[in-house]
Design a protein around this ligand. Sequence first.
Ligand SMILES: C[S@@+](CC[C@H](N)C(=O)[O-])C[C@H]1O[C@@H](n2cnc3c(N)ncnc32)[C@H](O)[C@@H]1O
Length: 219
Amino acid sequence: MSNEIEIQRDYWNREISAFGSIYSQDKSRFSIWLDKVFRWDMFERFAFTIQNCEPIENRTFLDVGCGTGIFSIELAKKSAAKVVGIDIAENMVEQSTQAAQGEEVADRCSFFHTDLLEYAPDGTFDVTFGIGLFDYIDDALPVLKKMREVSTDKAIVSFPRFWTWRAPVRKLRLSIRGCPVYFFTKRRIAELMKQAGFERHSVAKIGKLHCVVGYCGKE
Ligand SMILES: C[S@@+](CC[C@H](N)C(=O)[O-])C[C@H]1O[C@@H](n2cnc3c(N)ncnc32)[C@H](O)[C@@H]1O
């Protein structure tokens, strides 16, 4: 495991409750209000991803950097044939596994503790997605290439936008907490998607994010 991955793993193992509470809203009313004002795009990117996974029924999905598993579990509940979530933080994998059992979708939704670059799936997936993942990855290209390699239909990814007033604030806030964070321009995203081998891609601007769909085939 590289030094960068170890830093990430330790950070996300520590931050699991704070991160999970953004979705569960198990927090004070004031914190919920702050999330609505400053993190509304996290909820929008969830909707964007699920919508772009359609059709979901009987298809297969790989959730890279699955976190607490909410995307994977939603897809399993919507009758995906198979969903695999992977994450470098073992606490995230454990919590996701428990959540899938609680939601009674563990028969088609499983989670593994691994870095994508070391993951050797026993087949391809219709759709792979990495949401809130590239924020923390210095060298995005090998990760995008691997996503392309294991996808047959499309990959859905989010990138934090470079030109927002909140980017430097977030960079400072997270670097104080020992977590490097990276930002992307649309031009850089276009280069990356092309180099990774996607035939074409579309970009939607959602708040502080570029939400991107990379297509494996021509049409
Ligand atoms: C901000 S969380 C996002 C979780 C989830 N996708 C969501 O949006 O709710 C990013 C997650 O990516 C994981 N991660 C970072 N680099 C990874 C890698 N190379 N392979 C697998 N997981 C990774 C982290 O451990 C963390 O749990």
